[in-house]
Design a protein around this ligand. Sequence first.
Ligand SMILES: Nc1ncnc2c1ncn2[C@@H]1O[C@H](COP(=O)(O)OP(=O)(O)OP(=O)(O)O)[C@@H](O)[C@H]1O
Length: 599
Amino acid sequence: MKIMMYAMRKTFRAMMKWKKSLFIMIFFMWVSGVLTPFLQVLMPSFLLYLIETESSIIMLLWFALLFGLVTAFLDSVSTYLTQLYDPKMYIVKCKLTLALYDKAMNTPYAKMEDMGYRQKLNRAQKNGIESNNVGFECFIRNLVFLSIALTGFILYAAVFGSIQIWLCFVVVLLSVFSIFLISRAQAYEHQKKSEYAIADQQLQYYHHNVKLPKNGKDIRIFHMQDYLIHRIKKYQIKRIRTLSDVERKYLYVKLGTTVLSTIRTLLVFGYFIYQLMHGMSISAFVFYTSAATAFSGWINQIVSYYNETKRGALGIIDYEDFMNEVIQDDEQCMSLPQDDLEICFDHVYFCYPGAKKDTLKDVSFTVHKKEKIGLVGSNGAGKTTLMKLLCGLYTPTKGHIYINGIDIRYIKKEDLYSHIAAIFQDSSVMAYSFKKNVACLPKKQIQIDKVFACLEKCGLKDKVEACLQKENTYVSNIISEEGTMLSGGEQQKLMMARALYKEAKILVLDEPSAALDALAEASLYETYEQAAKECTSIFISHRLASTRFANRILLFDDGILKEEGRHEELLQKDGLYKKMFDAQASYYQKEEKEDERTY
Ligand SMILES: Nc1ncnc2c1ncn2[C@@H]1O[C@H](COP(=O)(O)OP(=O)(O)OP(=O)(O)O)[C@@H](O)[C@H]1O
């Protein structure tokens, strides 16, 4: 009952907020839903009563016509309202979906990496709003039917009560027992849901990934088909097992409720046949037996609508569970000045949730206003992690990061994001137009000239202009058939154009040239140098030659800031930087010598 009341409160609140007219519709649907079947039960016995009392044929015809018209009117109203109701309820569902996505996209990034949290999100979507067969839509539709069935039940119970109170009592008792059985099965299903949520998540991953064209190459070349089919089968079997458990439970319940419903029918009919044999009039017999049939019908409906309403309610709980998840975040009340920015890492440690050791250890450095920093180091040294901390995507486990003296914990996230343009190794092109990929703004706010200026700086202008729909061309053929596909290097150029368009005060680039050809790489450095004049910037690269233009280089190894200085200074130190630089330089020198020999 508590679950039902909670779901009702949440659904009514959503309807109140987004579609008040649904209340009026639901009320009229309820009125016609109760009256129509009652009139259908009343009509034949009333006509029989008129015949028994020898009323005129004209009167009979008038009453038949009146019944017919009222029933037809109520029926049409109900059909009309149902048709109006569906799209309006769909609007409420759309709003709930937007609220869910809004919460998901504004959740701190670190939380999104938490598997438990993602499972909650999946359940909220799947059980709360995914279709009209689950969650809110399922709940409210079945609640209307349930309330019609309950009113019908009370109406007919009053009819029975007036004839035989014990019969009414026994029938009600049998029905309550049916509902109890069903609620047990539902509780079991809900408990099982958390078990198959894990299998569902795995399945979702495989379903999504086997279809992606970008995975298609590896799947074929490395013969991953068998392995993937095996994994899918494994989770399908897990899913089938839990489904079968739940279905078995429902089967037992169904058997139980069928037995109870048969006992109910036998009792009711037995009693009225007995009454007919002991002086009950035919019209009264017809009325009571029709009412009895309808009464059993109401009870069956109560049982099945209760079942569905509760299922919807449980879906709403999943949805609300996610929406009510309290995200512990620091109090963010500070804003950054519209000024040049200085970054300071102060004894920062960071450990990923569940990891055994710190990824970053006691990192301290300052990036002065408009300074260009080159960040280098071995794989897994923690460079990207460092950038994510700076962007506020993670919070240090120990220590502080300051921007212009303000601890970023206390800077409003939106404000912080608005001051940073960051391109990560896995930043991705979205399946919409060039201009939207660059500006990341609504259509009306996009400055086309600026988009083209950024594209030109990144060497993509010609490519865009050659496309049939120019800047409006989709950068993928997922949404638009006329969309264009970009190479890895072109995608990196587009990401760079996105960073430039933002004109942020902090520019962070994580391996932006990894996929570029030599000329494009040289041009990117030039573009970067120009852009970096106006901001504080950090450039991560494994190509040590690219860090020559940095004001200072920071070298990380195993989460520790090992070396710091200008290119020449670090070479003189004869440490890890020199070792790495020499390794790369010797490779190029070897290549040069080989070229000379061949020549
Ligand atoms: N989301 C994550 N959860 C747990 N551990 C992570 C996560 N991301 C990275 N790590 C771990 O943190 C370490 C540092 O990763 P990071 O990506 O910061 O290294 P990097 O210096 O940028 O490496 P590369 O040069 O290869 O890009 C790695 O050992 C990695 O396994």
